[in-house]
Write a protein that binds this ligand. Structure first.
Ligand code: RP5
Length: 191
């Protein structure tokens, strides 16, 4: 079986607005050549679709589901309660486009902590692995690590990815050492 022919990962989110965060998961999977299928499933607006999706995910042979949601964020936990496929939850700090012009009502009252706790505090029996608030890229990376248990080629790619991270820090540090902290910060952040 190949990881690049048919989707092995399902990415779902509670609202179209979540795509602004969730696209980062898709991007990291694309970087590794891993196929995924993306859908919007609202646990409260389309509750029957939620159960249908869990069946669809099992039938499709998905190995991991990445589920992002904001607010009370019950999507990842509810999906996990309907399937044995591992679910990685992405708590999303809600940014609501529909709230008019005032910024006061645009963000969730608890800045993402509401979703983080909803997702991570699943009662014993239906676990959801949870990444940090808005950390969709980490969800993608974690999904890749799970898949890598089955695909040695992905293990190699993940090791190369780690090496790249290592060398990018060394390169930056070298530049900082040469030009000094003040110049470095001004150059990098246009301060
Ligand atoms: C959650 O409520 C969604 O995951 C989204 O983050 C949040 C806001 O949803 P909409 O108001 O955009 O429908 O269900």
């Amino acid at each position: 079986m190949s990881y690049s022919k048919k989707p092995l990962i399902g990415i779902i989110m509670g609202s179209s607005s979540d795509s602004k965060i969730m696209h980062s998961a898709a991007e990291i999977l694309a970087e590794f050549g891993v196929k995924h299928e993306d859908q919007i499933i609202s646990a409260h607006r389309t509750p029957t679709r939620l159960l249908d999706y869990a069946k669809h995910a099992e039938k499709s042979g998905f190995k991991v589901i990445i589920a992002g949601a904001g607010g009370s964020a019950h999507l990842p936990g509810m999906i996990a309660s309907h399937t044995i496929i591992p679910v990685i939850g992405v708590p999303i700090m809600v940014y609501n486009d529909k709230s008019g012009s005032s910024d006061r009502f645009k963000f969730s009252a608890f800045g993402g902590l509401d979703s983080l706790l909803s997702i991570s505090e699943m009662p014993t029996g239906s676990p959801v692995v949870t990444v940090g608030v808005n950390k969709a890229a980490n969800a993608g990376l974690y999904a890749l690590k799970i898949l890598a248990n089955e695909f040695p080629e992905l293990q190699k790619k993940l090791k190369r990815h780690k090496e790249k991270q290592h060398y990018s820090v060394i390169k930056e540090s070298e530049e900082m050492r040469k030009i000094g902290l003040s110049k470095f910060a001004k150059k990098k952040y246009r301060m």
